[in-house]
Design a protein around this ligand. Structure first.
Ligand code: GDP
Length: 297
């Protein structure tokens, strides 16, 4: 995973600082500039990078005890890690579902973000824990969306609901969820329509679906390849519906992990899983600690 790139860049930067005999203000500035560059290249939002830089500089100025070179080095490293951890740990905790309680989860995201694939991965994750899980295809916008969900669901033997004739996603969502609720499913996963870009029609549709299914959680699915656009995209979805969790997909390719930080910041919601490939098994629970410790070494 390219997160490693950020990790190695950060440690190279800090090592460079260790080799500097005199730890002057210029040397620290130079180091902070390199740290900022590494974070930006990993798609961490510009705003946070500059905040991070000034937070570290201010603290260095304030704390006399940091005058010694080694302390300063360690301090800078710690500051970077602490700030990254802070960014990845939103106030809101992950929503916990309970077996036997019939929870509904609605998935939202742009077309191509990996939403349908991720719905199935999520379903399989709970199915393996022995839960009764079902999928509802409320994506009537993309041709073939229902077939794709049907194929996925059949492959993993998970019951599904959808329609070739009904064009109103709100009707499908409502009927599908009602049917599975009646049969006392533990978890009902609703896949919604995506669009190529954030647009009013998509958001209105999402809000209508949200209203009829009253989801216990709304999962925002984001493609990690979108770079610096992560923040605005995540914010737009969170402003439209009650996003409570984030899943970042395609972290297996050349993606950079920084977008995860932006999505958390924009939605104030935790990343719960990451997608690391096209197969249903390429799905990992997300841990902020291991993410940051991988970055900081
Ligand atoms: P949707 O339009 O958001 O429902 O997206 P799809 O689920 O159809 O996924 C779009 C493409 O991304 C498909 O080719 C998926 O196989 C692929 N995809 C989804 N998740 C991942 C992932 O984590 N890694 C990789 N490499 N591909 C993924």
């Amino acid at each position: 995973m390219v997160l490693g790139d950020l990790g190695s860049k950060l440690s190279a930067t800090l090592q460079k600082l260790s080799r500097t005999t005199v730890l002057s203000d210029e040397a620290i500035d130079e180091c902070l500039k390199d740290v900022a560059k590494a974070l930006l290249e990993a798609d961490v939002n510009v705003r946070y990078v500059s905040e991070l830089r000034s937070a570290i500089r201010n603290q260095l100025r304030l704390d006399e005890a940091l005058a010694a070179g080694t302390n300063r080095r360690r301090f800078i490293q710690q500051c970077v890690c602490n700030e990254l951890s802070k960014l990845l740990t939103p106030d809101r905790k992950p929503i916990k579902f309970q077996k036997g309680k019939c929870s509904v989860v609605m998935f939202v995201g742009l077309q191509g973000s990996g939403k349908t694939t991720t719905c199935t991965k999520f379903a399989v994750h709970y199915q393996r824990k022995g839960w009764k899980v079902a999928l509802v295809c409320a994506d009537t916008f993309r041709a073939g969306a229902f077939d794709q969900l049907k194929q996925n669901a059949t492959k993993v033997r998970i019951p599904f609901y959808g329609s070739y004739t009904e064009t109103d996603p709100v009707v499908i969502a409502s009927e599908g969820v009602a049917a599975f609720r009646k049969d006392k499913y533990d978890l009902i996963i609703v896949d919604t329509s995506g669009r190529h870009k954030q647009e009013t029609a998509l958001f209105e549709e999402m809000q209508q679906v949200e209203e009829v299914v009253s989801p216990d959680d709304v999962v925002f699915v984001m493609d990690s390849h979108i770079g610096q656009a992560c923040y605005d995209q995540a914010k737009a979805f969170a402003d439209a519906v009650k996003v409570g969790s984030v899943i970042i997909t395609k972290l297996d390719g050349h993606a950079k992990g920084g977008g995860a930080l932006s999505a958390v910041a924009a939605t104030n919601s935790p990343v719960i899983f990451i997608g690391t490939g096209e197969h249903f098994d390429d799905f990992e629970p997300f841990s902020a600690e291991s993410f940051v410790s991988r970055l900081c070494g």
